[in-house]
Design a protein around this ligand. Structure first.
Ligand SMILES: *Cc1c(COP(=O)(O)O)cnc(C)c1O
Length: 483
């Protein structure tokens, strides 16, 4: 456990500690001997919530209860003292922990750690942006080796618009922490040449939203570790059903659980999952030993970006069927990408699943439908590339908006990972704040449309795209004719 260094342990506290240690030993054995042997789908459906938990503690409820309670009561002062010193597992106050978020965290820790033979821990957050903040802040301490040191980190320039703002404005402009953008993350020298003694971590989003950027996780992780630095990945677009960076050497994975993990669209959520015993030049043993627990119990206790228990269970409920949904959405997206690639009004299509995409081969090394080899339908490994694609429309910004306005079934919204198809124009929405220069850096042209294909039959999605393209070209023809 974390903390408790300056606490006087009374015999009464020791009894609580012993009782809880027995509980933890039993839980760890259950994880090791039972849960870790399950397939991905079984972990997604059950996580750590067992029949025994349900019967003993929750009146047999087969669904994890939503603990709408701000705090936890204790049997006596000894238990309270032990709990608040973090000497026993506790949830004490919902800003720190909560039984509902506990089950959500464990499911995600196990899914991100599926196929990885070490231990993983997860810290839930109120959103994906909060997860990124939680992941990066502990490495950016100003006082370092007893001096106030300059701080920098490396990050892929192709990243989510909110991430760009957090790094560029909140950290660089407001706090003088340098973000060194990596324009071509497939070039390992581009990373290597930017690392110096003040670098604190490497950060990469893949596949990137919306540009489908990708990089070689193993190579970048090896580079990071050779400098005693951790690699943080944002793997939101893939979700653990298609890619688990911890298995390839990454140290921390952030998720905007708002997206694929909450396919239904019932709200905003986030999480980070970390391996145990990560490397860092930061002199903080607790941080390195169990990063997820450290940020949960200390920095996030003090900053408060916690997840609501209601949201935790809503998201958990969607996660149970993650694998089959990611398979369905990926297959539908492939069909739509093939249709658009052949369409005369489309300038280009960016989808990692298309064989002509420059990063197709690299992505194919990392993006696999988990457990396809033991799926009756496939019986062998199959690549899946997710639900996010983008494409550029012929005729520039106005033609693109005409097409976009003509969509009838596909929703115009800045959203992704939904069971419903959703489209947006990044230059006027998600990437609007960062200005033209920032968009150029992130490779976001004004005629780019981001499309996230949902669970509708792909023929219907294709028909909607086709009619909107026809309508837009008719409008352009009229405008040209009358002008
Ligand atoms: C949406 C998104 C985020 C931010 O997550 P929120 O839950 O909206 O805060 C971060 N990274 C990626 C790749 C995203 O798509």
């Amino acid at each position: 456990m974390l903390g408790g260094e300056d606490v006087q342990i009374t015999p009464g506290m020791q009894r609580h500690i012993d009782r809880n240690n027995a509980y933890l030993a039993k839980r760890d054995k259950y994880i090791r001997e039972v849960v870790k042997k399950w397939k991905f789908d079984t972990i997604a459906v059950h996580g750590l919530y067992s029949v025994e938990d349900a019967i003993e503690d929750y009146q047999g409820a087969i669904i994890e209860p939503i603990f709408m309670s701000a705090s936890q009561a204790y049997r006596d002062s000894d238990e309270m003292a032990a709990a608040l010193a973090y000497l026993i597992p506790t949830w004490c106050y919902s800003r720190i922990a909560n039984p509902s978020t506990y089950y959500y965290e464990w499911t995600l820790a196990l899914l991100e750690g599926y196929g990885y033979d070490g231990e993983t821990g997860c810290c839930s957050t109120s959103s994906g942006m909060a997860a990124i903040m939680t992941a990066v802040q502990p490495f950016l301490v100003h006082r370092f080796h007893n001096k106030l040191e300059p701080r920098n980190f490396l990050a892929t320039a192709q990243c989510y618009g909110g991430t760009f703002q957090q790094f560029n404005v909140r950290l660089m402009e407001e706090r003088d922490i340098e973000c060194r953008w990596i324009k071509d993350p497939t070039d390992i020298d581009a990373w290597a040449s930017q690392i110096d003694e003040n670098t604190r971590f490497l950060y990469g989003e893949l596949p990137s939203n919306p540009g489908q950027g990708f990089f070689d996780i193993e190579a970048v992780a090896d580079l990071a570790h050779s400098h005693d630095l951790p690699l943080i990945c944002d793997a939101t677009v893939a979700s653990p059903a298609l890619m688990r960076p911890l298995c390839h050497g990454a140290d921390i994975v952030v998720q905007s659980a708002t997206k694929s993990l909450t396919t239904s669209g019932f709200g905003v959520a986030g999480a980070l999952t970390a391996r145990k015993d990560l490397v860092s030049t930061i002199d903080n043993e607790d941080l390195k030993r169990d990063f997820a627990l450290y940020v949960k119990y200390l920095p996030n206790r003090d900053y408060g970006p916690n997840l609501h228990p209601m949201q935790a269970i809503m998201t958990l409920n969607d996660m149970r069927t993650l694998r089959s949904k990611m398979d369905l959405l990926s297959r539908n997206t492939m069909k739509v990408a093939e249709f658009l690639s052949a369409h005369p009004q489309i300038e280009s299509v960016q989808y990692l699943g298309l064989p002509n995409h420059p990063l197709h081969e690299l992505a194919s090394r990392y993006m696999w439908l988990v457990d396809a080899e033991c799926d009756e339908q496939y019986g062998q490994p199959v690549n899946r590339y997710g639900h996010l694609m983008s494409f550029c429309v012929n005729g520039g910004a106005q033609a693109t908006r005409d097409f976009f306005d003509g969509l009838q079934r596909i929703w115009r919204a800045t959203d992704l990972g939904r069971i419903k198809s959703v489209a947006t124009i990044p230059a006027i929405s998600t990437h609007q704040q960062q200005g033209e220069e920032g968009r150029e850096l992130a490779a976001i042209p004004p005629n780019m449309v981001r499309l996230c294909v949902g669970g509708e039959h792909p023929d219907d999605t294709i028909a909607d795209l086709d009619q909107a393209l026809h309508a837009a070209s008719a409008r352009t023809a009229v405008a040209v004719g009358s002008g």
